[in-house]
Design a protein around this ligand. Structure first.
Ligand code: IPE
Ligand code: IPE
Ligand code: MG
Length: 246
């Protein structure tokens, strides 16, 4: 019996988010440049997307590049952008074959025009797909997202489009990059770091957190299945008592 058989299909996390960390250390361990780690990280992305589609997960959000990652050496940033363009081009057919819809969150205005163009093209060409929604967090930072939301809401109050009393959690939600995504159920971080690094702070309010001690390029189907099974063995109480959940 494979480990897959242990997954309860009735209790799948609807939205999995992953902080894909550890490419640089993976390469260093092998005496290679960080770029080599990123190249191998792309394979882990392919694998994970494919596996989530196969497992019938509805939403997968991958942290690919943070607002703070712009501070990395120029050569590394350029390589990451180059890999992104190449993957988008290469994977369009696979996305469509598997009915995967591409989506992106983050301050996309900062992306080089070549990246933005390729990204928008794939988003458009997969927009009618009804399977997995794959969201790439690019030039994404939760604080920047919240700042933009506060600005947009303030402008609406100032222009009398909404009143201060109208501001509730739904209004805040609709002004986030993630407005069309449900809350995160399961957040996975690879590489052994136990931190959030400015990812989806609002959206993970009640997510189950899962930290795994493998570097991202090594993350495989077994690890994903283990994370889901671990998630399924937890009791999500959302503030209530165990008894109330019945
Ligand atoms: C994750 O791996 C990829 C990105 C942040 C783009 P890192 O590049 O952060 O690798 P480590 O954490 O330095 O090993
Ligand atoms: C978080 O990883 C960002 C991504 C995975 C894209 P980092 O490697 O940038 O995070 P820190 O610096 O270790 O917190
Ligand atoms: Mg890192």
């Amino acid at each position: 019996m494979s480990n897959l058989d242990h997954i309860n299909e009735e209790n799948l996390p609807k939205h999995i988010a992953i902080i894909m960390d550890g490419n640089g250390r993976w390469a260093k361990q092998r005496g290679k440049l960080r770029v080599f780690g990123h190249e191998n990280g792309v394979e882990a992305v392919r694998r994970t997307v494919e596996n989530c589609a196969k497992l019938k997960i509805d939403f997968l959000t991958l942290y690919a590049f943070s607002t703070e990652n712009w501070k990395r050496p120029k050569i590394e940033v350029q390589t990451l952008m180059r890999l992104l363009v190449a993957s988008l081009r290469k994977e369009l057919k696979t996305l469509n074959d598997n009915s995967i819809r591409l989506n992106a969150i983050g301050n996309l205005d900062f992306l080089p025009s070549k990246v933005a163009k390729e990204l928008n093209e794939v988003i458009l060409k997969t927009s009618n797909n009804k399977g997995l929604t794959l969201t790439l967090a690019l030039s994404y930072g939760s604080r920047e997202e919240l700042k933009s939301a506060v600005k947009a809401i303030s402008a609406k109050v100032k222009n009398n489009i909404i009143s201060e009393d109208d501001i509730d959690e739904t209004v805040i939600n609709t002004h986030l990059y993630t407005h069309d995504l449900p809350d995160v159920d399961l957040l996975i971080r690879t590489s052994g770091e136990h931190r959030i690094s400015n990812f989806l702070l609002w959206q993970i309010a009640y997510a189950e957190l899962y930290f795994i001690d493998v570097f991202w390029p090594d993350f495989n189907e077994q690890h994903l299945v283990d994370a889901i099974i671990n998630y399924q063995n937890r009791e999500r109480r959302f503030g209530k008592t165990s008894e109330q959940l019945g």
